[in-house]
Design a protein around this ligand. Structure first.
Ligand code: SF4
Length: 632
């Protein structure tokens, strides 16, 4: 029995109903660690280039990492990946919760799905077995009803069910996947890929125990972490206010995205803060497998926006996307919009940014009341936001155009709407302002899956002190607004470090350098060592992160993406209109220099953006060079 993983990967072809189990040896796991890198291995090996993301040929991969399921805080995440229908790039999205560990307890490290079922189906994976079951009766249902029905059918109310809602069925390009109605693989439209395969859900349940090389060390770390969570201020603030603990500090810094990224400060920030939620609609807190930080919210919104607590509550991204970004100060309405997204299966970030885009179009008379089924879509109109969420999910009226995401919608609307579409490679920009956290300019531009705030830790953490990241070779604090060579170097190492987490299946909140972090950099190495028995080093771990970044880059190059796609919306080269960062912008020259330097540091060709053959061999993925030769 291997340590820390099951060594089994389940392959399901929904067209033929063929199921097979692939076994991989220890060297495969040590090289890729799982999650992001494992998913990329299958996408690069099995998916032909330029396949339509909605074609049966697309692969949909649920992949855990070697850390997923270790009984320690934050060791619970898994990756869902496919070619994204939103960006046409590598699509990836991560969730914590309980599904990933349960998949491993059921006997599998990953599930690779191809084909398209003739009729709607769901997968029931339990203790090494897999069944393809009819789902015609749950097709069309919201995630809660579908989850409850499936649990009853498989006669296991503790089954973890990852389901799509009506939005995924209708191929909304930013539809997501929810497990247990509140843990979302939110970004990149992977729920729509699931819908295109007629796959309503995957239910998992297992009783198999994972074996670890050094159980005593895991127990010792668990005891230490339980005490640390109680004693440290960071985890406590997340327990108290959730991820929304950052909303007011960001507003103070002038970095709270407001009115479609025109402003950096929201005059009603307090009304949508984590503190306000705790005082008003919060009725409970939830954690993920093994994690006592419990940063997830359970809310009950009040009249006229009563919400169902089974759908959880809004996180920071959601509060900002439906709140400040749309100019909305009604916490109940935001919670209701969050519930609708979880019920219909929509990514809250893309949905909020898409609505804010439509609002700016309305304010500039590009969209009128007639175009919007009578909605007066001014910034601040909470009722209109709620109405639009449902219209997008159902593809009704203007919702049908907006369901395509801001890049496609703006092209369809025309009349100058493109300048209000805040996206990179088609993915809507998340709630972090690159004009004040300038490493995000490189992160958003070079992220393999379009604008994404989880590619690297943010600048504001390292303005005064870098003690925690000394083991990564970063020695000097740097200002958030600086975008010179030292920032590029800092970003590069942090980018590799967070890419590693996506391979391991580790929550980015619990390991240094996040302010909530429980574990230090060397403790994460100890965790992996204790679980697997490998004498792994921080260098080897960083290299795995870099390997995954490079593999994702190669996937996109093969799909026809070039250096020219590594760009930012024009808005970020313009000054912020308000807040303490008023007037701050990204200089085009600085941005171009930073990108150039980053390419050189990463071993990517300066003209084309293609990783060099030498870099591929250095990372022991030389086999990828064969198909890259054809696109050079
Ligand atoms: S910190 Fe929050 S998101 Fe991360 S594992 Fe713990 S409860 Fe889940």
């Amino acid at each position: 029995m291997p340590y820390g993983f099951t060594s089994k990967i389940l392959k399901v072809d929904l067209s033929t109903e063929n199921v097979e189990i692939k076994k991989f040896d220890e060297s495969f796991y040590r090289k890729f660690l799982g999650g992001r890198a494992l998913a990329l291995y299958f996408l690069l090996k099995e998916l032909k280039p330029n396949v339509d993301p909605f074609s049966p040929e697309n692969r949909l991969i649920f992949a855990t990492g070697v850390a997923t399921g270790i009984p320690l805080p934050g060791m619970n995440r898994y990756c869902v990946a496919a070619k994204s229908p939103l960006t046409n790039t590598f699509g990836e999205s991560y969730a914590g919760g309980f599904f990933g560990p349960e998949l491993k307890f059921a006997g599998f490290d990953a599930v690779v799905i191809e084909g398209k079922a003739e009729e709607p189906v769901y997968l029931w994976i339990h203790d090494g077995e897999v069944e393809i079951k009819k789902a015609t009766h749950v097709w069309g249902q919201k995630t809660k009803k579908a989850t409850e029905t499936i649990r009853r059918e498989v006669k296991d109310l503790r089954a973890r069910v990852a389901a799509i809602g009506p939005a995924g069925e209708k191929l909304v390009r930013f539809a997501n996947i929810l497990h247990d109605m509140k843990y979302a693989n939110g970004r990149c439209g992977l729920g729509a890929v699931m819908g295109s395969k007629n796959l309503k859900a995957i239910a998992v349940r297992g009783t198999q125990k994972l074996e670890f090389a050094d159980k005593e060390k895991i127990v010792e770390l668990a005891k230490w972490a339980a005490k640390a969570i109680k004693d440290m201020p960071g985890p406590h603030s997340r327990w108290k206010y959730g991820t929304a603990a950052v909303l007011l500090p960001l507003n103070e810094l002038g970095l709270l995205p407001t009115r479609n990224f025109l402003d950096g400060e929201f005059e009603y920030a307090e009304q949508i803060s984590g503190e306000k939620m705790a005082e008003t609609i919060l009725i409970g807190r939830k954690g993920c497998y093994g994690c006592g930080i419990m940063c997830k919210r359970i809310v009950r919104g009040k009249h006229p926006y009563e919400t169902d607590p089974d759908y959880g509550g809004p996180e920071y991204e959601t509060l900002a996307a439906f709140g400040s970004l749309c100019g909305v100060s009604d916490l109940n309405a935001i919670s209701y919009a969050n519930m609708l997204c979880n019920a219909y299966g929509l990514d809250t970030i893309s949905t909020g940014v898409t609505i804010a885009f439509a609002m700016e179009c309305y304010e500039n008379k590009i969209l009128t009341k007639e175009d919007l089924n009578g909605l007066e879509l001014k910034f601040g109109n909470a009722d209109a936001v709620v109405k639009l969420v449902e219209m997008i999910a159902k593809r009704e009226g203007i919702g049908d155009i907006l369901a395509e995401g801001v890049m496609r919608a703006s092209k369809k609307i025309g009349r100058g709407a493109e300048k209000f579409a805040i996206h990179v490679k088609g993915k809507e920009v998340p709630m972090h302002e690159p004009r004040g956290k300038k490493s995000l300019a490189i992160a958003y531009a070079t992220s393999p899956c379009g604008a994404d705030h989880m590619q690297s830790a943010h600048d504001t953490l390292f303005e005064r002190d870098v003690k925690k990241i000394l083991p990564l070779g970063v020695f000097k604090p740097l200002d958030g607004t600086y975008l010179g060579s030292e920032k590029v170097r800092m970003f590069m190492y942090l980018n590799m470090w967070w890419s590693l987490f996506d391979c391991l299946g580790v929550c980015k909140f619990v390991v240094t350098p996040h302010p909530v972090a429980v574990f230090s950099i060397s403790q994460l190495r100890d965790v992996v060592k204790a679980a697997t028995g490998w004498d792994i080093t921080i260098w080897e771990m960083l290299k795995t992160g870099e390997r995954a970044i490079t593999m994702a880059r190669c996937f996109n190059i093969r799909e026809g993406f070039t250096k020219n796609d590594d760009t930012l919306p024009e808005r970020f080269f313009e000054p912020l209109r308000s807040g303490s960062m008023k007037g701050e912008k990204i200089s085009k020259k600085e941005f171009e220099n930073a990108l150039k330097l980053f390419y050189e540091m990463m071993g990517w060709n300066l003209e084309t953006g293609v990783p060099t053959e030498a870099k591929l061999y250095e990372l022991d993925i030389g086999w990828i060079s064969n198909f890259l030769k054809q696109v050079k």
